[in-house]
Design a protein around this ligand. Structure first.
Ligand code: HEC
Ligand code: HEC
Ligand code: HEC
Ligand code: HEC
Ligand code: HEC
Length: 274
């Protein structure tokens, strides 16, 4: 039996490679937009960066990251600790319902989140930099200022988390003590004062302003929950100070450099206001 000429083997191999390539190419082209079956290409998908991320919808992100909403925590840790039996202090407020949940689910899909908020992936994720975890790590880097020296984070916590997880600024509000001690004096009701003060509030795309007022009128833990009751910070967020009917003409010193409008990217058109 004569063996095929080696050139034939090469030809067969070339044909096979071309056929597989064409099949794969066709398959890639047919996949829904945004789904690339290549981990590295997906990591660097332009959707992670500005400007594309500014237009991205939750559906586009979830096409690859469904785990952030679909997966939830274990009922029992591998060491045998039951999640339901290990609630933290902030999980014992009157607004907390249901079992333990992941961070993403608590902000996007659990009952309180759905009632009060309308957060999007891009409310928090505004574009990340997968190239450099720690800035200035090369030997020839320009010396860093304290401003630069943060490890790369996919979210800027000072401009997002702090809005709902800062301290209640009791001093500038004229309260005699922190809220847990002062609240009895004011009927445990923020609206004792806030029915008339700083009444133009929450008119931003990621909050449901009318639902917040309705829930806060029944239970001030709702208000306190975002204004000191779940504070991960020792500082407060410098909220914009919107003009309100009956506002005194004098601007207090602490408010002199405050903006009078919400951050531009969160402003909603006047017609959409509830
Ligand atoms: C084409 C698929 C795809 C799409 C669409 C996509 N991602 Fe990713 N993303 C990835 C992959 C792959 C990684 C890298 C995961 C890894 O290496 O563990 C990643 C990483 C991330 C990380 C972690 C970054 C880090 O370095 O720790 C975040 C946060 C993230 N994506 C958010 C988003 C958001 C928000 C959107 C929508 C604007 C989005 N992604 C859209 C595939 C995608
Ligand atoms: C309330 C703010 C917030 C929202 C809303 C949010 N994320 Fe995140 N996300 C974070 C933070 C904070 C981290 C953790 C960052 C870290 O580990 O440094 C994170 C981490 C991630 C990661 C990295 C892997 C992981 O699970 O830790 C992915 C992927 C991701 N987010 C995707 C999404 C997608 C998709 C959406 C929309 C469905 C979304 N996020 C909505 C704040 C948010
Ligand atoms: C728009 C307001 C808002 C923003 C922005 C926000 N949170 Fe929250 N966060 C909440 C509310 C409301 C809850 C309580 C949810 C509940 O009890 O169901 C909460 C709960 C939590 C919890 C407790 C989760 C649990 O299961 O007990 C953590 C941790 C947390 N937030 C961290 C963060 C971090 C980190 C960021 C920034 C990446 C952030 N939050 C941004 C409103 C916000
Ligand atoms: C004794 C009256 C009083 C009570 C009760 C009260 N506040 Fe205030 N609050 C004020 C005053 C006064 C200001 C400052 C008004 C201004 O801008 O001049 C203020 C300001 C604020 C601000 C804006 C802070 C800033 O830095 O711009 C927030 C947020 C706030 N209050 C939330 C609450 C919440 C939540 C409760 C209930 C847990 C509450 N307040 C209860 C009087 C009160
Ligand atoms: C889900 C979280 C959340 C809840 C619940 C909540 N707030 Fe806020 N509040 C915010 C955020 C975020 C802002 C800043 C919005 C912006 O940038 O305009 C804010 C702003 C404010 C301001 C500043 C108003 C101004 O001049 O713009 C006051 C006062 C205030 N809230 C009081 C309250 C009171 C009273 C309640 C209960 C009825 C309450 N908040 C419930 C998140 C919350």
């Amino acid at each position: 039996m004569s063996r095929p000429h080696p050139a034939l083997w090469l030809l067969a191999l070339a044909l096979l490679v071309t056929a597989v390539g064409a099949l794969l190419g066709g398959w890639i082209a047919e996949r829904p937009a945004g789904l690339v079956p290549d981990h590295l290409r997906a990591t660097y998908d332009p959707i992670h960066f500005k400007p594309a991320i500014e237009q991205a919808t939750d559906e586009q992100c979830l096409a690859c990251h469904r785990e952030v909403l679909d997966d939830t925590v274990r009922e029992t840790s591998p060491a045998g600790v039951r999640a339901a039996a290990s609630l933290a202090w902030y999980q014992q407020t009157s607004t907390y319902v249901g079992g333990q949940e992941t961070f993403h689910r608590r902000h996007l899909v659990t009952p309180l989140a759905r009632e009060l908020m309308d957060l999007r992936c891009t409310t928090c994720h505004q574009g990340h930099d997968p190239r450099e975890e720690a800035p200035g790590s090369s030997a020839s880097a320009v010396p860093l200022t304290s401003q630069d020296f943060t490890l790369r984070k996919p979210v800027n916590v000072e401009t997002t988390c702090l809005m709902c997880h800062g301290q209640l600024p009791v001093q500038l509000m004229g309260l005699p003590a922190p809220w847990p001690e002062a609240k009895a004096m004011f009927g445990n009701d923020c609206l004792t004062c806030h029915a008339a003060i700083r009444t133009h509030r929450h008119q931003v795309s990621y909050l449901k302003a009318a639902a917040i007022e309705a829930a806060g009128a029944k239970n001030s833990d709702v208000c306190y929950g975002c204004h000191g009751g779940r504070a991960w910070y020792r500082i407060s967020y410098p909220y914009p100070r919107h003009a309100w009917p009956g506002m005194p003409a004098d601007v207090p010193d602490w408010a002199k450099d405050r903006p009078s409008e919400s951050e531009a990217r969160f402003q909603r058109p006047a017609t959409a206001r509830p």
